[in-house]
Design a protein around this ligand. Structure first.
Ligand code: GLA
Length: 400
């Protein structure tokens, strides 16, 4: 067959596992510049982030002039980006990273800058010419009567038309159940909720709202629960409500990592606390997040229905959640999350996780955070989990 030109060799494609990177919005909002992006690229390359897997450096809204150029193209603000965007992209690439930019499906971005409705193909060409590898595509100022799905499929086609592999990060905030259709229109990730704020209640509610949708999260198209706020400690652009504690940040990062969604950091990486730097570079957590099979976790019922008793848990079940996630290579990750405001025990009955009492097998377990080996466990676990805290274990089936 002489068709190799039309049908090039199979490639692995983009977003095989959840995309990882950094985005300017959470901390910097409109205060972005060439110098800032270069510094962030340096930090990602030199302080371990790139080597931990954070690959995309993304400039969010507010990067352009308020008007298109005479040629109809978007123009970078010369005060913020005096050397233009190609120079920024080249620098980001020179640090071994990929470069992301932002536009919007409406007639103006959320910040009031020109956006891509009706200009999809020329804008995609512009981004491709600058060397962009990732496009976040927002949903503000969308014309009344226009169709959301058509807008996203059009930009998806426009990106394909450039011939450059560009990761398509669709950001329509969960409108029209994107988990049902974004995969089919070529998006590699889709924002499933409104904007995150840097507080516990915000990220807890984002997570809870997606519990029923993780079944559709998988290789090549991921449920984007928004950029992480880990490490912001109440400073920056989305710093609203009560500041997070380290425990709360650990729970946020663990939820995002464990549920296999994109890990886009949003804090100022130049001034990350040692705790948050170590947390966001935790190899075990990143390995769970990036597991090749990208399977969603299943929830484990904490009661013992066969005994007709409901007194096995001390925290309401929608706050004290237990999960198993199948990983490749015969491993499991077990996640226990206490999203309530009270310390308590979370019960993990092995029978409800698929290992009945008499099956002859238990789980050899290791605590992901402390590294402690728990040996082979059976029947049930009931660890104490503090308010807003979590426990994660790696496990393998073991004969008793
Ligand atoms: C929306 C998006 C945010 C961010 C801002 C920029 O609110 O959801 O993630 O991109 O726009 O204005």
């Amino acid at each position: 067959m002489e068709n190799s030109r039309e049908f090039p060799e199979k490639t692995r494609g983009l977003a095989v596992t959840p995309p990882m990177g950094w985005n300017s919005w959470n901390t910097f909002g409109t205060h972005i510049s060439d110098a800032l992006i270069r510094e962030m690229a340096d930090v990602m390359a030199e302080k371990g982030y790139r080597d931990a897997g954070y690959e995309y450096l993304v400039i969010d809204d507010c990067w352009s002039l308020r008007k298109r150029g005479a040629d109809g193209r978007l123009v970078p603000d010369p005060e913020k980006f005096p050397q233009g965007m190609k120079a920024v992209a080249d620098y980001v690439h020179s640090r071994g990273l990929k470069f992301g930019m932002y536009s919007c499906a409406g007639v103006m971005t959320c910040g009031g800058y020109p956006s891509s409705y009706g200009h999809e193909f020329v804008d995609a060409q512009t981004f491709a010419a600058w060397g962009v590898d990732y496009l976040k595509y927002d949903f503000c100022n969308f014309p009344a009567g226009a169709d959301c799905k058509t807008a996203y499929i059009t930009m998806s086609m426009a990106l394909k038309a450039t011939g450059r592999p560009i990761l398509f990060s669709a950001c329509n905030w969960g409108q029209q159940e994107p988990w049902l259709w974004m995969r089919s229109v070529g998006a590699h990730m889709y924002r499933s909720t409104g904007d995150i704020q840097d507080n516990f209640v915000s990220f807890r509610d984002i997570f809870r709202s997606q519990l029923k949708h993780f079944a559709m999260n998988g290789n090549y198209c991921f449920n984007d629960m928004d950029m992480l706020t880990v490490g912001m400690y109440g400073s920056g652009n989305v710093a609203l409500g009560e500041k997070c504690t380290d425990t709360e940040y650990r729970t946020q990062f663990a939820l995002w990592a464990y549920f296999g969604v994109p890990l886009m950091l949003g804090a100022d990486l130049r001034n990350m606390s040692p705790f948050c730097r170590e947390l966001t570079q935790n190899r075990a957590l990143i390995r769970i997040n990036q597991d090749a099979e990208c399977r969603p976790p299943y929830q484990v019922y904490q009661g013992r229905p066969q005994y007709g008793s409901t007194d096995w848990w001390t925290i309401p079940e929608d706050s004290a959640l237990a999960f198993v996630r199948h990983l490749s290579g015969g491993e499991f990750a077990i996640g226990l999350f206490n999203l309530s405001d009270a310390d308590g025990q979370i019960t993990f009955p092995f029978a409800n996780a698929g290992l009945p009492y008499a099956c002859g097998y238990g789980l050899e377990m290791k605590d992901v955070f402390t590294g402690e080996d728990l040996g082979v466990q059976r029947d049930y676990l009931t660890p104490e989990v503090k308010a807003r805290d979590c426990r994660l274990y790696l496990a393998r089936i073991s004969r008793l």
